[in-house]
Design a binder for this molecule. Structure first.
Ligand code: NAD
Length: 265
């Protein structure tokens, strides 16, 4: 239950993009467990979610965050069905592990359109519904948005820009009582993004250990970060306890952003 009482978000309406798997699914589940009415927008609707989402009353809609009309339609549906929109988690994202010499214009557009423009569309249309009554937006950035990485420069650019978007819009919409924050996770296991990354290596086990070793706490605990540990930060950021928190980044990365490598590496 992530430390929140069951009804702390009762009466609130929440939308989560990219909520069919990994971190987004953990956020949607945690929000619903805390009492919110949740609508997920994702490219994929996975059959494995049907039972759990049914129990929690989580609704789903196919949505490609690259298209403004689809994001606007998702948020309009949530607001029309419940009369309000209180929470948005802009979580949909993809990785892009390539040197820039291998990044095509199409690759660039796809990465920036999903990771950055999709969150822009989310903020733009959430503000339309939240103005006058307030609300909370969480953008799922990345450790790569705080410290660019040599392995995935375009992904790092997209997440660095998402951090900038978060700060700029937090400033613009504080007067509307809309709080906008970001989470910078990594490395998070049990996600399709991480599984796809590990599948690129011939020795999956060694690759997993490499990701773990790059994060001081993950290294100390001998495991990756769990999606529920990222969802706990999202729950805090949308809660009334964070009423004075806006424009911040919470790193759920086991200390990776400190830039201090584990002693034995
Ligand atoms: P994931 O692949 O399990 O989840 C991403 C979800 O986004 C999927 O359900 C996917 O279908 C959806 N999606 C992709 N493109 C979309 C589009 N155009 N429109 C709508 N939905 C779309 O991976 P995850 O790790 O849970 O990723 C969630 C977020 O967390 C991403 O923004 C990612 O960049 C970020 N993140 C992940 C890690 C990690 O280590 N896994 C670390 C830092 C940040």
């Amino acid at each position: 239950m992530n430390g929140m009482a069951r009804d702390d978000l009762a009466g609130r309406t929440a939308v989560v993009t990219g909520g069919s798997s990994g971190i987004g699914r953990a956020c949607a589940t945690a929000l619903a467990e805390a009492g919110a009415r949740v609508l997920i927008g994702d490219l994929d609707e996975l059959p494995e979610n049907t039972d759990r989402f049914g129990e929690l009353g989580i609704a789903t809609q196919r949505c490609d965050v690259r298209h403004e009309s689809e994001v606007a339609g998702l948020l309009d549906r949530a607001a029309e069905e419940t009369g309000q929109l209180d929470i948005l988690v802009n979580n949909a994202g993809i990785g892009m592990v390539k040197p820039i010499s291998d990044v095509s214009e199409e690759d660039w557009d796809n990465c920036l359109d999903i990771n950055l423009k999709g969150a822009f569309f989310g903020c733009k249309h959430a503000v339309r519904h939240m103005s006058g009554r307030g609300g909370a937006i969480v953008n799922m950035a990345s450790n790569a948005g705080l410290l660019p990485r040599v392995s995935d420069p375009v992904y790092s650019i997209s997440k660095g820009a998402l951090v900038a978007l978060t700060k700029a819009l937090a400033l613009c919409h504080a007067a509307d009582r809309i709080r906008i924050n970001a989470i910078c996770p990594g490395p998070v296991g049990d996600t399709r993004m991480m599984e796809a990354g590990l599948a690129e290596f011939s020795d999956r086990e060694a690759a997993e250990q490499m990701f773990i070793a790059a994060s001081p706490l993950a290294n100390a605990l001998g495991r990756m970060i769990d999606p529920t540990e990222v969802a706990a930060a999202a729950l805090y950021l949308v809660s009334d306890g964070a009423a004075m928190v806006t424009g911040t980044m919470i790193a759920i990365d086991g200390g990776k952003a400190l830039g201090v490598p584990p002693r034995d590496s």
